[in-house]
Design a protein around this ligand. Sequence first.
Ligand code: AMP
Length: 216
Amino acid sequence: MDRKIYILLGAPGAGKGTLAAAISQEVGLAHIASGDLFREALSKGTRLGLEAKKYMDKGELVPDEITIKMILERIARPDCDTGLLLDGFPRTLEQAKALDEALSKNGESVTKSLYINVSDEEVVRRLGGRWICRGCQTPYHEINMPPKVKGVCDACGGELYQRDDDTVATVRSRLDVYTKQTKPLIDYYDKIGKLGKINGEGQAEEVAERLLAVVK
Ligand code: AMP
């Protein structure tokens, strides 16, 4: 299969979900977000969802074995044939290697990993005011990107909610996990010449333009 496969790398709160939602349609890529897949499974009460919740509530990573299986199944579906924008996966070296291995079996490889660079202070500030639509998962921010009507999604009219794992203690642990387990991936993709860096600070539209310039 000759499809483009992009990975969005960056800290929680770097804006990966917002950016992916903003550009995926325009560039014809399926937006696959591992966190959304876990939350969806949980809202349906499946075994996968209940298992994932144990880790998500603590801000820890769901074990590689479970996560890798879920993503590999998801990216094999027909809606991914036109290309992929992976958001939140891979998050460990194990996951990155498993993805490479699975793709190479189909004669495919990652096109580029796009690192969205945002300072620690900005990340903490952003996660604090984050609201998400229950219906279509569009993220908003109280200050940076408020909805037109408080508590209501501009896109679909759905109800906005705050994630359970956006509390101060969990945010701290998610940032720790990011530093220890996910940051090494920046080096991993750099070494194989597949890293693109994007300045993630500033208005959402500006950052989306920077990202589009790399992806298009
Ligand atoms: P996110 O929506 O990407 O911030 O993910 C929310 C939570 O889902 C994370 O804190 C993890 O508990 C879990 N999760 C999402 N993606 C992964 C992944 N690639 N590996 C392990 N756990 C993940």
